[in-house]
Design a protein around this ligand. Structure first.
Ligand SMILES: [Zn+2]
Length: 285
């Protein structure tokens, strides 16, 4: 792979130093809202679905030997951290002939294509034609998944192993569509390995201890155990390890104005340290 920038779609930044078997991806920090989104949601409320600035907080990962990729498009347009079958057919105008599962997330309005914003208000005053839905899947979702899969496969081939860190952020307080119900305060960091299924427990323990040493409170698998991107391409038995890392947003920004807080640079420097240690861990692992 090479450094890539596909405007509106995604970017890939290759290691700038001796490469490590470490791939980091930021699926939800994109802020390039496509012209055909055509939503009725208040724009700033819609933007609360973003993991704003996450790719910036990890921007020096390539200097520690990691490949860093991220989406340019927003999560509220199509959510790459959902399976293609997590589609809300009530939102589609026409007959959907793709796979459909009994998805809790789709039922809550936050499936592959979200129906509601963070205030649980409708994002659209229309249904989405089949062709428009397909366009989102083929141009955005598929491009992201193909690129991530290629990055992981290439790294696995080159090193005989790959560690994948799937980078997110979470609101400080849960809302209506959260599984724990509204009004619950989150821990500062939450690591998700789908309860031991997506990576070696050694990686989860190492990440937790490293963040603890940096002074952070770290929960594991609660409230977030990890979703589609850590599930889809991990296989610890084949030395493919994926771990989801969620950071509480008030550690680096104001969740309503989306402005960086005074602590932004401190967190960024701590994450640089975290990434450097993950890189050393991945080489020795
Ligand atoms: Zn996210």
């Amino acid at each position: 792979m090479n450094d890539t920038d596909r405007p509106g779609i995604l970017f890939v930044r290759m290691p700038t130093t001796d490469p490590a078997p470490l791939v980091m991806d930021s699926p939800h920090s994109g802020t390039s809202y496509p012209d055909d989104f055509n939503h009725i949601s208040d724009f700033m409320v819609l933007r609360r679905a973003e993991d704003t600035y996450i790719h910036e907080l990890y921007a020096d990962a390539p200097d520690h030997g990691a490949l860093l990729m991220g989406a340019h498009f927003p999560r509220s347009y199509i959510d790459v951290n959902r399976g293609l079958d997590e589609i809300d057919t009530s939102l589609i105008d026409g007959v959907w002939d793709g796979p459909v599962s009994d998805s809790e997330k789709a039922a809550a309005g936050i499936g592959l294509i979200w129906r509601v914003n963070q205030l649980n208000e409708n994002i659209y005053d229309r249904k989405l034609p089949v062709a428009e839905t397909r366009h989102r899947i083929e141009t955005y979702w598929q491009a992201y998944h193909n690129t991530l899969q290629e990055a992981l496969n290439e790294t696995r081939e080159n090193f005989g192993k790959v560690i994948h860190i799937n980078c997110h952020s979470m609101p400080e307080i849960s809302n209506e569509s959260s599984k724990e119900g509204p009004g619950v305060r989150r821990p500062e960091f939450c690591l998700g390995d789908r309860r031991g299924k997506t990576c070696s427990p050694e990686l989860t323990r190492f990440a937790q201890a490293t963040l603890n040493d940096l002074g952070y409170e770290v929960a594991v698998n609660e409230p977030y155990a990890g979703v589609e991107l850590v599930r889809a391409y991990s296989d610890p038995a084949d030395n493919r390890h994926s771990l989801q890392v969620e950071i509480r947003r008030d550690l680096y920004m104001d969740e309503e104005s989306l402005e960086r807080s005074n602590n932004f640079n401190t967190l960024k420097s701590d994450l640089s340290n975290f990434t450097k240690k993950l890189s050393a861990f991945s080489r020795a692992f």
